[in-house]
Design a protein around this ligand. Structure first.
Ligand SMILES: N[C@@H](CCC(=O)N[C@@H](CS)C(=O)NCC(=O)O)C(=O)O
Length: 208
């Protein structure tokens, strides 16, 4: 079987979720660079892989997939390596719930409204940042309430929920406001320190 291909860029949090999943499974893969923000735009051929022009897209032996949660689940189920989903229905539902919360309420607020706005805009839109921080606080509250006892979000087993959350929160922590807010959520702060120590996280860090 051919090794799987992931299309995307190393700056993308969603690409990183897929890459961390491949790393945790010990899957050898190829990362084909695809800069979604390139001045010349998205190449036409890529829209066949991802009709909405986002990254990542994935291909394994002729099987194409986009949407990061679907990619991560496929990687976990199609390859050998440690299971990244629990066997029980409730644990699996919890993974979908946490990923869904992060996608719908966390990503834009944490990554774009707070981190990108602070890092890349001058002057920054302070109203946008304040709104993003308030939404980020709601997300961190929810993660705290959903977190099971134990080192990982679902308890004793590292799962796709951890791998979905870590890159989004890591991006948020690039700015002081993000670090100050996370410091108030001790369980999530400690969880993040744990996940940030994993080889899958370190190996997918963007080198500036
Ligand atoms: N729902 C998509 C979201 C992917 C996504 O938004 N990726 C970002 C990069 S982190 C992107 O491609 N942004 C380009 C744009 O918004 O035009 C997924 O789960 O894969």
């Amino acid at each position: 079987m051919k090794k799987p291909i992931l299309y995307g860029a190393d700056y993308s949090v969603y690409v990183r979720i897929a890459r961390m999943t491949l790393e945790e499974k010990g899957v050898d893969y190829e990362l084909v660079p695809l800069d979604i923000f390139a001045a010349e735009g998205i190449p036409d051929w890529y829209l066949e892989y991802h009709p909405f022009g986002r990254i990542p897209a994935f291909e394994h032996d002729g099987f194409r997939l986009y949407e990061t949660s679907a990619i991560a689940r496929y990687i976990d189920e199609a390859f050998a390596g440690p299971a990244l989903q629990p066997a029980d229905a409730r644990g699996r539902a919890r993974i979908s719930q946490i990923a869904g919360v992060l996608d719908a309420y966390g990503y834009r607020a944490m990554v774009w409204d707070v981190a990108v706005e602070r890092l890349e805009k001058a002057p920054a839109d302070e109203t946008l940042i304040a709104g993003g921080l308030s939404q980020a606080e709601a997300v961190l509250k929810v993660l705290t309430s959903l977190k099971a006892k134990g080192p990982w979000l679902l308890g004793e087993q590292l799962t796709l929920a951890d791998l979905h959350a870590a890159p989004i929160i890591a991006y948020f922590l690039k700015v002081e406001e993000g670090r100050d807010l996370l410091a108030r959520f001790v369980e999530i702060r400690d969880w993040f320190a744990r996940v940030a120590d994993r080889a899958s996280f370190v190996r997918t860090e963007k080198v500036a």
